[in-house]
Design a protein around this ligand. Structure first.
Ligand code: FAD
Length: 828
């Protein structure tokens, strides 16, 4: 036997990965906190897109025996391939890959197969040209580190993030060197918190988590054997089921194996001898074992309440942890979703609003996966209990009865309740259905088959993963052709859409690769012989069609980059801003805010947070776009947007009462909508708030300062409007279609109305408003002293929010609607 500890791997040290000893920079575009696999892959992704990054990690090294992830899905391998690192990851094996014979289901390593071993296939999988791979996450980290070193990216080990301050247009992060205690500040445009499950960045950004706590704990053991003790090529990846051990028994090096023990009570501290006895039962032989490491993990779900707060973005375990067995795959999915968006914002191609879609797309996806994983782990534990109760024959028992029982156990394990059911939905179905930057097709979201873990079919509808395929018979793939760019698949002979989209993309400096799919099978995979399909750099379909929608190529690119698009007749983007009630408090109702001219969802961040602090679930929808030649159609389109908006606000629909709050033209649209009774519609409100309903007077602001004066005197809000690139200056001079105002002021709906008007609003018509209040059966007109047009966001914003909360609380206690507090005496 060789004395060289790394002889088996040709001299590679597979046990310890050392982070470089470097000083963090003073300034960088994106600071990544955490050099785990997610943080390092984020650096790889952003560097490939030309975004300057640096990584800091509190640790100086990581070790194989504490590595979590081993198995990586074909979807993850597709990312490795796009990063150009698949070959290096393959070469970074830590035990001879030929030890793997798929995942064997056994009574013990030395015992019996419980299901026949499936022969290794040699073609591509059904839904991907990639195959899954097994490499410990430390091996991936080493490859990422080498790649980043070659590109001159700073990765600084031994620096712990201690403090984080958002300052104007950036973030100031204070880091402390763990050995010397020296501190430094790093100024960056954005921070990615990839600092694991107990993320400091998440805590410093004030982001809470939801989900289920564990009631028991599990141990992940790494045990060491003598070299060759298990034969020359033992089966490297096994799932063991016997009376003492259960779960993975997997080689991580030629001498070290991972095995699981538990469940134990949360406060249990089992003796080493007990843990080793479980490990020995998994091997099924009396092999000499040394305990190299024992770490705890939990069957629990903890998901951040938002993946983005301002300039802080969370990814990987910092954003979501779930029952083990693939969470790193979701972490890589976060990185791939976020990378192109952050690069587009960094280069000025897209506004910051694009980053909101990161949360809107990834958080619901992670919830789906986590719920499935927890359910599956509960079911498989119930099956294990059933199997153990029914008996598991001793490995030495070779009788026909024992063989029959083993076959029965195999069937129980592979059946519905077992742990071995395929879950292609988890691997491939990352559909983004709550996203405002996807051009979903009319009715698509209502018609689609619901997401299911066990089901996946290639489905190139907007929001879904674009299927990969060979573009020629020599192995070139679609994903290789597209690389890091946006892609346009052209399936027919008509090149009108192609010419329009390529011209628009070129004008914006957006890299777009066009691929003409002419062969039948490829077109078959995309389910059409004609039309074009626009694919985002994360390989998700953004839009498809035979012809471009109204607004043309500009409208399509505007939506997928979250840019406001002003052309007439287009539906608005469904990009929501969400606020939830404080953790532990029951949600008291739901408020949907409809902004007005020129405003973005971010305009209502302060009001949203305030109402949410009072336990209301708040969602800010995008401002309506009104076509003056088709006011009823515009109202119809906004009604369907609201129908979409209420879908995702609560697990079982919105918590009632549901109240619509409109501002400016948003108020006019809300008022217009409730003149057309639709009590069965999911968005139909219990009451409405109309704030700053415009009178139609054409006050002409001369410049931005003048417009701001008409809107608000609150210095903070003036800053919010001025700093938000999505806010359109000059928008208040845009005429409002007279038919919309006539409809709004003709309102007679018997819903409770709270009308809020600023006493100094140059855009309001107080007499007309008073007449409306009198004509409505249940209205209250509240005039705000000194308030301007943006009455929800003026100096009196706290009092105005309190007035809304008072209205909401009265609604909750009604009907009949009555004030909760009566002033019996007041000296002022
Ligand atoms: C038993 C088990 C089995 C698993 N199996 C699989 C599997 O087969 N497949 C799979 O995909 N996933 C699996 N996982 C999950 C996987 O291990 C994790 O999802 C993965 O480690 C998350 O990577 P990350 O980069 O987000 O976080 P981490 O790997 O936790 O990295 C976070 C980094 O941040 C650093 N850090 C923390 N705080 C600070 C601070 N204040 N300042 C600076 N740096 C800081 C830490 O030092 C650390 O290096 C498994 C997990 C467990 C427990």
């Amino acid at each position: 036997m060789s004395d060289d500890p790394h002889a088996a791997t040709g001299g590679r040290d597979i046990h310890t990965v050392r982070f470089p000893a470097a000083d963090p920079p003073d300034q960088v575009a994106v600071l990544i906190v955490g050099a785990g696999p997610v943080g390092l892959s984020a650096a790889v992704e952003l560097t490939a897109r030309g975004v300057p990054v640096a990584v800091v990690d509190a640790a100086r090294s990581v070790v194989l025996v504490r590595a979590g992830a081993m198995g990586h899905s074909p979807r993850t391998v597709e990312h490795f391939r796009r990063w150009g690192l698949l070959h290096r990851i393959r070469a970074a094996w830590t035990f001879p890959p030929e030890w793997n014979r798929g995942i064997r289901l056994v009574t013990s390593l030395a015992g019996h197969d419980l299901v026949p071993v499936r022969p290794l296939g040699d073609g591509p999988g059904r839904f991907s040209l990639a195959r899954p791979i097994r490499r410990p996450q430390t091996a991936l980290q080493q490859v990422f580190l080498d790649h980043l070193r070659q590109r001159g990216v700073t990765v600084a080990g031994g620096w712990r993030v201690e403090q984080l301050d958002e300052v104007g247009d950036g973030v100031r992060v204070t880091v402390t060197e763990t050995t010397t205690g020296a501190t430094r500040t790093i100024r960056s445009d954005y921070v990615i918190g990839a600092d694991g499950g107990s993320s400091t960045v998440r805590r410093l950004a004030g982001i809470g988590r939801d989900g289920e706590h564990a009631t028991e704990k599990m141990f992940r053991l790494v045990v060491r054997t003598a070299e060759g003790a298990l034969g020359p090529a033992p089966s490297g990846t096994n799932i063991v089921v016997n009376q003492k051990a259960s779960g993975f028994l997997a080689a991580i090096s030629t001498r070290e194996w991972r095995v699981y023990a538990g469940p134990y009570a949360l406060d249990a501290e089992p003796a080493e001898s007990e843990l080793l006895a479980t490990a020995r039962a998994a091997f099924g032989t009396d092999v000499d074992l040394e305990l190299a490491s024992a770490t705890t993990f939990y069957h629990a779900t903890r998901i951040a309440q938002t993946f983005r707060r301002g300039r802080v973005l969370l990814a990987g375990d910092a954003a979501h942890v779930r029952t083990p067995g693939g969470n790193l795959g979701e972490g890589f999915g976060d990185v791939v979703n976020l990378g192109w968006k952050l690069a587009a914002v960094h280069s000025g191609l897209a506004p910051e609003a694009l980053l909101d879609s990161y949360d809107a797309e990834r958080r619901p996806h992670n919830w789906r996966i986590a719920d499935h994983a927890l359910d599956r782990s509960r079911r498989s534990r119930a099956v294990l209990a059933e199997i153990r109760a029914g008996g598991i024959p001793d490995d030495a028992d070779l009788s026909p009865a024992a063989e029959a029982r083993r076959a029965e156990i195999g069937e129980l394990l592979t059946g519905d309740g077992g742990n071995r059911g395929e879950a292609p939905g988890v691997t491939f179905d990352e559909r983004y259905d709550a996203s405002g930057v996807i051009w979903h097709e009319p009715g698509q979201l209502a018609d689609e088959t619901p997401w299911a873990a066990a089901v996946y079919e290639d489905d190139p509808r907007p929001g879904h993963r674009a299927p990969d395929l060979y573009v020629d018979p020599w192995g070139d793939t679609l994903y290789d052709r597209l690389g890091d760019d946006f892609g346009l698949l052209v399936l027919g002979d008509d090149r009108t859409v192609e010419h329009a989209l390529t011209a628009e993309a070129a004008a914006r400096g957006l890299r777009l690769t066009v691929v003409h799919l002419t062969d039948g099978p490829s077109r078959y995979r995309y389910g059409t012989e004609t039309g074009s399909i626009l694919i985002r750099p994360d390989q998700h379909v953004a839009w498809r069609g035979d012809t471009l929608p109204p607004g043309g190529a500009a409208a399509v690119l505007d939506r997928i980059l979250a840019l406001p698009h002003a052309s007439k007749g287009t539906t608005t983007m469904a990009d929501y801003l969400d606020f939830t009630a404080p953790v532990g408090l029951r949600t008291r109702g739901t408020v949907l805010i409809v902004p007005g001219r020129g405003e973005s969802t971010a305009t209502y961040r302060r009001l949203g947070a305030r109402l949410a602090a009072d336990s209301y679930r708040v969602r800010v929808a995008p401002a309506p776009i009104i076509d003056d030649t088709d006011v009823p159609g515009s109202l119809d389109r906004y009604a369907s947007l609201l129908a979409d908006a209420v879908k995702g606000v609560g697990e079982d629909g919105p918590v009632t009462p549901l109240v619509l709050v409109g501002a400016d033209t948003g108020a006019a649209v809300v008022a217009g909508l409730v003149t057309r009774p639709a009590p069965d519609a999911a968005w139909w409100p219990a009451a409405v708030v109309l704030a700053g309903l415009p009178g139609g007077t054409a006050y002409q602001a001369e410049n931005w300062d003048d417009e701001l004066d008409g809107r608000t005197h609150c210095p903070v809000h003036r800053g919010v409007l001025s700093d938000d690139p999505s806010v359109r200056p000059g928008s208040l001079t845009e005429p409002i279609p007279p038919l919309l105002l006539e409809t709004a002021y003709a309102g007679t709906a018997d819903l409770p109305h709270l009308l809020l008007a600023g006493a100094d609003d140059p855009y309001s018509d107080r007499e007309r408003l008073a007449r409306l209040a009198e004509s409505l059966p249940l209205a209250r007109l509240a005039v705000v002293h000194g308030g301007h047009h943006d009455v929800l966001n003026d100096l009196q914003h706290r009092t105005v929010a309190a007035e809304i909360v008072t209205f909401l609380e009265a609604l909750r206690s009604g009907p009949p609607l009555a004030p909760i507090i009566q002033t019996a005496h007041s000296a002022w």
